[in-house]
Structure formats: structure tokens, C-alpha cells
Design a protein around this ligand. Structure first.
Ligand SMILES: Cc1cc2nc3c(=O)[nH]c(=O)nc-3n(C[C@H](O)[C@H](O)[C@H](O)COP(=O)(O)OP(=O)(O)OC[C@H]3O[C@@H](n4cnc5c(N)ncnc54)[C@H](O)[C@@H]3O)c2cc1C
Length: 235
């Protein structure tokens, strides 16, 4: 039996996506204007905050962030340092980079402190239609379960991370094992056995670089020299 999620017909602000950007926006809005509580809705098919972030960090087995401890969703830049006072071993050099678990626990704490636990509506937004009006323009949001919501403002916090597959991939005529040619966003290192295997990484952006480092470390001792060796191999 399918349940329909009860939604308001109209909302002031619709936030699409429940990743770190949406969480940061929400806490900053609440800090500036408490009265906005109850006037916004957050949509994400996962129904949870930070689901994609968690999945990405787990899939690539990333031990700590690359951004320092002041970059986080709480409006107080020192909130993460305060939270980490009892866990100093989880801030990594050179700039106190928060450990993955520390950061996730901190974000859960932010969600709790700002009372945002039950705020994510577990539905994807399928389309947005502007509703022109000379005084009160609005947007109609069509949701994955067929419901519609009218919003005064909409924030797209769905991230720009679109998977880009080069044309030449689709032009490959010869049959090949599909799991041997993967996009970095679909790779889950926890399920792969790469020990001793040769991997060709196409692209030198962050995902690919992180993937390369993690592959390399899966068969090396963890050291700064190893990281330097991998970065030198970017052609
Ligand atoms: C390997 C790697 C390491 C990284 N390290 C760091 C780091 O150390 N520090 C840092 O700051 N950043 C880091 N990043 C970048 C970080 O992951 C992204 O910048 C961040 O996740 C973007 O946040 P976001 O909220 O915009 O999007 P996301 O986290 O991608 O969240 C977007 C959400 O939108 C939802 N969504 C999508 N479409 C719809 C729809 N139609 N309707 C409703 N919901 C929808 C998705 O389900 C998702 O939950 C790293 C990225 C990678 C790949």
C-alpha cells in the first residue's frame, strides 16, 4: 500500500536537495530570521540530510575532508573546533582537516541543534513551472509521487555534479565488460579488489584524483611520498 505524504499546498521557500549546501543555507536563514521556521520545505528523495555526501565519502573510503575545520554548515565558524575538543585526534594536518566520521557526527549535531531532523520530505522534484503574475509570481513544483506544491521562492541545491560521459565511450563498437569502464561517481571502492590491478584514470579533477590516491594507497603504505608520486603521474 502506498502512503501519500501530507504536504502544504503553498510554501514560502522550497529547497531542493538536502546536501551540505541546503543545510548551510537553512541554518543561516534560521539564524537571521527564526520566523522562517515552518515556512520552508526541503525535498530530497533520500529523506535524509547529507545522504549523497555520506555515500561519496564511504564509496571512496575518504578518511578526512580536504577542507579545513572552519568550512561546515553551522553559521558559527568555530562550532566544529568546539565540537572536536574531545576528539583532537580526528583533526588532521596540515590545516586541521576534519576526519570523515567527526564531520558526519558534527553535521548530525548541527541538524539536532537547529531542530531540522524531521524536515526533509522524501520526494524528488520532477519539474518546476514558473507561474507568472504581475504581483505574485510563483513556482509550481511537481513531485515524484504526483503531488504539486506552489512555492514563492525556490533554491536548487542539487549540486552541479552531473555525470559527464565522453562521446567516445558511446562510440565503442567492441563488446567489453561493463564493470571495467566506470565513472568515478559510480565507483564503490569497498566492493572492488584492485590489489595488483592496473587502472587507467581519465580526468584530473578532484573525484579522479581522490580515486587515484585511494587506489594507490590500497597497495602502498600511507605516506606523503606516495601522494606526491600519484600527483606526478597526472598527464
Ligand atoms: C572525492 C570528493 C571529496 C570531497 N571533499 C570535500 C571536502 O573535503 N570538503 C568539501 O567542502 N567538499 C568536498 N567535496 C565536495 C562536496 O562533496 C560537494 O561540494 C558537496 O557535496 C556539494 O553539496 P551540495 O549540497 O551542493 O550537493 P550534494 O551533496 O550532491 O546534495 C545534493 C542533494 O540533492 C538531491 N537531489 C538531486 N536532485 C534532486 C531532485 N530533483 N529533487 C530533490 N532532491 C534532489 C540529491 O539526492 C542530494 O542529496 C568532495 C567531493 C568529492 C567527490
Amino acid at each position: 500500500m502506498q502512503f501519500t505524504i501530507a504536504l502544504p499546498e503553498t510554501i514560502d521557500l522550497a529547497i531542493i536537495g538536502a546536501g551540505p549546501h541546503a543545510l548551510t543555507l537553512t541554518t543561516h536563514l534560521l539564524q537571521k530570521r527564526q520566523s522562517i521556521r515552518g515556512k520552508f520545505s526541503i525535498f530530497d528523495p533520500s529523506g535524509r540530510w547529507m545522504s549523497r555526501w555520506k555515500q561519496q565519502f564511504a564509496a571512496l573510503e575518504i578518511p578526512h575532508l580536504r577542507s579545513p575545520a572552519v568550512h561546515h554548515p553551522d553559521p558559527n565558524p568555530f562550532a566544529l573546533r568546539k565540537f572536536a575538543e574531545s576528539r583532537p585526534n580526528e583533526l588532521f594536518p596540515p590545516y586541521d582537516l576534519p576526519g570523515t566520521q567527526l564531520f558526519e557526527d558534527f553535521c548530525q549535531d548541527v541538524i539536532r541543534v537547529w531542530q531540522l531532523q524531521e524536515q526533509v520530505i522524501p520526494l524528488a522534484v520532477k519539474s518546476i513551472e514558473p507561474l507568472p503574475h504581475h504581483l505574485r509570481p510563483r513556482f509550481r513544483l511537481c513531485l515524484q509521487d504526483g503531488q504539486e506544491v506552489i512555492a514563492r521562492r525556490v533554491v536548487l541545491a542539487t549540486s552541479s555534479a552531473q555525470i559527464q560521459i565522453p562521446d567516445w565511450v558511446n562510440q565503442i563498437q567492441t563488446a567489453y565488460p561493463q564493470d571495467r569502464l566506470s565513472h568515478s561517481q559510480t565507483i564503490d571502492l569497498r566492493k572492488l579488489q584492485l590489489m595488483g590491478k592496473k587502472v587507467l584514470i581519465v580526468g584530473g579533477r578532484l573525484d579522479e584524483w581522490t580515486f587515484g590516491i585511494r587506489c594507490y594507497f590500497s597497495r602502498c603504505d600511507d605516506s606523503a611520498d606516495d601522494a606526491a608520486a600519484v600527483s606526478r603521474k597526472v598527464i
